[in-house]
Design a protein around this ligand. Sequence first.
Ligand code: PLP
Length: 365
Amino acid sequence: MTVNAPLEFKVCSSNQRTTAKDREAILANPGFGVHFTDHMASVDWTADTGWHNARIEPYGPLMLDPASSVLHYAQEIFEGLKAYRHADGSVWVFRPQANAARMQRSAERLALPPLPEAAFLDSIKALVQADKDWVPSAPETSLYLRPFTIANERFLGVRPAQKAAYYVIASPAGAYFPKGVAPVSIWVSEHYTRAARGGTGAAKCGGNYSASLLPQQEAQKEGCSQVLFLDALEAKYLEELGGMNLFLVRQDGSLLTPSLTGSILEGVTRASLIELAKDQGRSVEERKITLQEVQAGMASGEITEAFACGTAAVITPICAIKGRDFIAGHDDAPAGELTMQLRKALTDIQYGRAPDPHGWMMQID
Ligand SMILES: *Cc1c(COP(=O)(O)O)cnc(C)c1O
């Protein structure tokens, strides 16, 4: 592997910036993933020279050769993290080192070049600094950051690409639950799985998501908002949702979450909630959990709450888990008490409303 000198991000500012008036209009109602800032970060890679040409440039379409490997063999990985504006106007990012490390693990699995952690952090800093006016300040809003790496070699042969590119784009995000946190029901997929043993389940790659879209559609037809996948081998153990990890709360206030078996994505939110719960003196058990055990536990009252977690929504309460021949929980069940307490504890750190004892926040501006 090529050893790189530290990459310096050269800033080439956009001369077609969004006007302050248009930007304010967008930030007043940003939605999710529909508006993008004025700039993006880019770094090129070739097998010969390694990572080079780090820059902040105007946001815009990529020029891709139609034979680029990413378009044919989905050699692609991505990340998701957020920048938050605190009450004093300062801007912070939550645990970017964890995303940098995970992106390196994803890169390894997809035979893509790993971006050095320092370059990942610098790309985030440089982009957020260039577009800091795009970090919204209304409650529960943020600037969502989407780093990704694609194989862009012009070659149809099947082997790891010799050419790749890393980008970061940024999109202002509104409050995920503008009308208050609303519990969702989730559908257990009988026919489809997300990831098999030895597959790419633990890597954050686009291919996992394309495979989850049909089962997600099925869940929606069943009146559920998300799909819950079981393990591919025995269809017996809970794994995770299409893009969120899963937690259960027991009567004694302890937490239970599926252990990382290699087919589950290791969420930064998941890891952070485990730490926060342990800080509170709670026991957190990571192990294989059968669907049957959850059905019985929710019926008997042993399991009192369930929730999903990920960067986009932080914590989404789950009111019911449904399948072809069962319903656990109720459609109209309210959000769990501990669910909401943990959600507050984590968002208070992210928005600077509470101390940050683990040093999770990185100041950008
Ligand atoms: C990104 C992702 C998560 C959540 O990870 P966070 O780091 O908490 O955002 C969970 N499951 C899948 C499949 C994901 O892609």
